[in-house]
Design a protein around this ligand. Structure first.
Ligand code: PHE
Length: 357
């Protein structure tokens, strides 16, 4: 075997043995690179006699061309193999089930707000809101709390430091100030529902310093206590999803309503949970009454022309009752595990626009 045949065989063997593109390029450089073996042979042509060159020229050219071709062929083989490997490993398996998307939950308070708004929405109420930081006028004075009256103290109010020349602001102790804000700016007939956060300095298993209320206000002509009772009995029936609810309106005192009444519903204990509607015990669920003429006057409404009723209820407690949650404190601890357990899927919840399904 001639020297060039031997070199060719070695080069071709090395090319077909190259397992990847990097190895192949190593062979190419070793043979055909500037300092490669075959390139070295090509350079010897310059020093040959014409006869020798005539014989060796075509031989060496042939050698170089065949090795070059072999490198190209092997290169496309390896590239194809690499692509094939990629296609295999990066293939998407369409038969795999999709991963579940992380999904949040509605807090029970939000769910119950929605439920209450949907029920009153069907009765023609619209939602109104007001600020959490209130002034003394809206939280107390306009609502007929006399200056220095003990009723102001029963609210355990959080006061802000007084500003120069202005009455101290408060964290609103109830949603009733929104009654005043609406009556000051809208003409009757008024039918509003006010969900919101309220604040009182209180802390135990059933009281947190921040909690939630829903307030209702109806101001129209010829409104009387019968409307108040009918409306609230319908609400309780819809909210607790029971056909008959035994309810009573027990006389009470609020400065801003006259007469005032607390609404109690009958309930019975079944094991750890509570069933609303019948039984042998009464449970207070909300405060209500006919809007006091002084409140109407304070808001520029003539009490001889318009009357109305108002009610206010604690949403957190209603949620506890309806969904069987024993303790109020975890409501506000932002524990995702608790919310996953007691929370609601957003798209299953009723909304004001969609109604209850
Ligand atoms: N604002 C009262 C409270 O927080 C509830 C209430 C509202 C009572 C409207 C009567 C009418 O206790």
């Amino acid at each position: 075997m001639s020297e060039t045949d031997k070199i060719e065989k070695e080069a071709l063997d090395a090319i077909s043995a190259a397992g990847d593109l990097a190895a192949l390029d190593g062979v190419r450089v070793a043979e055909l690179g500037k300092k490669g073996r075959i390139s070295g042979l090509m350079k010897t042509l310059g020093g040959m006699s014409p006869e020798e060159r005539q014989e060796m020229g075509p031989k060496l050219n042939g050698l170089r061309n065949r090795v070059q071709d072999a490198v190209e062929t092997r290169k496309s083989e390896l590239e194809e193999a690499e692509l094939e490997k990629k296609l295999q490993t990066e293939r998407i398996d369409m038969t795999l089930p999709p991963l579940a998307a992380p999904e949040g939950r509605l807090h029970p308070v939000m769910q119950v707000f929605e439920e209450i708004a949907a029920i009153f929405g069907d009765m023609g109420f619209t939602v109104a809101e007001g600020p959490d930081i209130e002034d003394d006028w809206h939280n107390f004075t306009a609502l007929n709390f006399p200056e220095g009256h003990p009723a102001r103290e029963t609210h355990d109010t959080f006061f802000f430091d007084p500003q120069e020349g202005a009455a101290p602001k408060v964290l609103r102790t109830h949603t009733s100030p929104v009654q005043v804000r609406v009556m000051e700016t809208q003409k009757p007939p008024i039918r509003i529902l006010v969900p919101g956060r309220v604040y009182r300095n209180d802390w135990d298993a059933t009281h947190t310093p921040m909690f939630h209320q829903v307030e209702g206000l109806v101001i129209e002509k010829n409104i009387h206590m019968g409307h108040l009772k009918g409306c609230l009995i319908d609400f309780v029936r819809d909210f607790f999803e029971v056909d008959n609810v035994e309810a009573r309106f027990r006389p009470h005192f609020f400065p801003f309503t006259e007469p005032s009444a607390e609404m109690d519903v009958k309930y019975t204990k079944v094991g750890d949970s509570i069933e609303i509607g019948a039984g042998d015990s009464w449970m207070e669920i909300l405060g209500s009454g006919m809007v006091h003429p002084n409140v109407l006057r304070n808001c520029g409404i003539d009490p001889d022309e318009y009357q109305g009723f108002a009610f206010g209820m604690g949403v957190d407690r209603l949620a506890m009752l309806k969904y069987g949650m024993p303790d109020l404190r975890p409501y506000f601890e932002a524990d995702a595990g608790w919310t996953r357990h007691y929370g609601f899927r957003p798209w299953l919840s009723p909304s004001v626009s969609g109604g209850l399904s």
